[in-house]
Write a protein that binds this ligand. Sequence first.
Ligand code: FE2
Length: 412
Amino acid sequence: MMLVHNVRLPESPEPVDVRIAEARFTQIGADLGVHDGEEVLDAQGRLMLPPFIESHIHLDSVLTAGQPEPNLSGTLFEGIQRWAQRKATLTVDDVKERVNRVVRQQAGFGVQFVRTHVDVTDPQLTALRALLELREELAEWMTIQIVAFPQEGICSFPDGRELMTKAADLGVDVLGAIPHFEFTREYAVESLNFVCNLAAERGLLVDVHCDEIDDEASRGLETLATRAYELGLGSRVTASHTTAMHSYNNAYFTRLLRLLQMSGINFVSNPVVNTHLQGRADTYPKRRGVTRVKELTEAGINVSFGQDDIQDPWNPLGTGNLRDVVFTGLYVTQMLGHEQIENSHRFVTSNAARTLGLGDEYGIEVGRPASFVLLDADTWSQALNWNAGVVASYRNGKLIARTEPVRREVLF
Ligand code: FE2
């Protein structure tokens, strides 16, 4: 039994106490009082949030930037070329060593759930085998969802359909696709049909790299949303990136929005990496290349934010700290109203939980698993602004990471 004393929850400005027993939250309220023999953690009025969720990352490629060559143009497409070179040299041990390092980095920033895309356009499926092992080995500390991600296409890559089916047989959680990279529009549609049907048949989730390009004619999203709607997959489907939506004309977007609402699908935006990768064919003005987060959110559609890449061919920087992603995302999407800032933790907490389908196994509520983070700040806007450390990250009632609060002295 443990009592976390004097915490602030985002929705209640007055401090409360939180009681934990048998790895679950059992009581939340003001001045609960200490029970005999109970361990007490004094949170000193700090903000408590459910653990952070990384809803879009490519763990297989982390820490490979510059190997064997850097991505000099900074485009998505040169990134795919550079990765293809590095992919040819992958071993299970190499992938596991890099991912083990990054997962611990993420845990230090309060992340406890990760959805990783893993490239399956590899006849050996080396990265996938490594990630499947890690999903089991790390389960006590980190929940890892694996997406079979066909980086070089399904219909445009030799045996693409077979590789996706094999990945499903091996036990991935989610099926992906990459319609904007397929050779033709017909292949794009065919790949989405293939994946949605396979997911429906196997009871898997879907998360598509959808229209990650500045081409306003890239419209895989309407096909994906239609399949999700017709097959009744709804929130089991996610459209990641959707950067072409940035360039859609408003008449088309308005028509599309109705379908998106009817379909119930989720969106993941990766504002840090897409501001780096997109707009590369533009001179000036240069497009930001980030999907319409504000408009989707205001239309009641679920959007979360992801880091996408950590020091790999698509992003030379990145630590896994989701604060940086939210901070940048709010600026890029012009969502800096007071309420928008205070609510923005949802992009990496509850909204991401919906995308991952975590249901009742997530959130600070009585009866749910006692997993939470304590931030060195009393509100989310302060935590965001000052890049507050995660002083404690608890998972199922157990401390799994901590950071000493920063104490600065100015000597004048
Ligand atoms: Fe991605």
